[in-house]
Design a protein around this ligand. Sequence first.
Ligand code: GAR
Length: 230
Amino acid sequence: MSDPGAAAADGRAQPLAVVVLISGRGSNMQALIEASRDPALRFRVARVFSDKASAPGLEAARRLGVPAEALVAAGRERADFDRELAERIEREQPALIAMAGFMRILSAPFIERFAGRMLNIHPSLLPRYPGLRTHARALAAGDREHGATVHFVTETLDGGPAVLQARVPVRADDDEARLAARVLACEHRIYPLAVRWFCEGRLRQHAGRAWFDGAPLDAPLQYEDLRPCA
Ligand code: GAR
């Protein structure tokens, strides 16, 4: 894999390769591809992989000119699948792997192989609501705010160091779909920003923490401190 820090330091204009992993719709993947067209953001989505052949995001990626392929996980040994996925990813020499609605748990050897170079986006204000059905759980708990988090990937499900959050007020008339739509719109803003920071060498995972501009983060950055989201 290339070293994003080195590329950023020597001022080369070469965009860094990012591989995106999806399982479904791929709207976050599309947000990353669209953002990468801005030459000020020094990354390109080199390839998209899905663990499901039926993922609509595969066709969406191809329409946007990005090679996309399924590596079907069903019926395969986890270690075997993860090894093949890792090998295929490495052919792209990516600086970063961005998980975007990739709904499969990856094994420890895979995560160790790409440690510090994997980001994920999750639809909740982590550490609240790791796992599934986050919007329904936030509504059931009567939360007044909900949101999304970009975090580094570690072996703990949705538990790696958090980088950036967007907070979304919960409205009295919200249902799961309405709340999910507003959170998703925020996801599409924060994920390209975090990927941009990583590719500029501003964002790192080191010693079990996320670091931004050379300092460890005690808490994730808040998008609202930068600009309002929802
Ligand atoms: C997004 O809301 C993403 O945060 C979530 O799946 C959705 C995928 O949508 N990911 C997770 O829940 C991972 N734990 P998309 O395919 O349209 O980007």
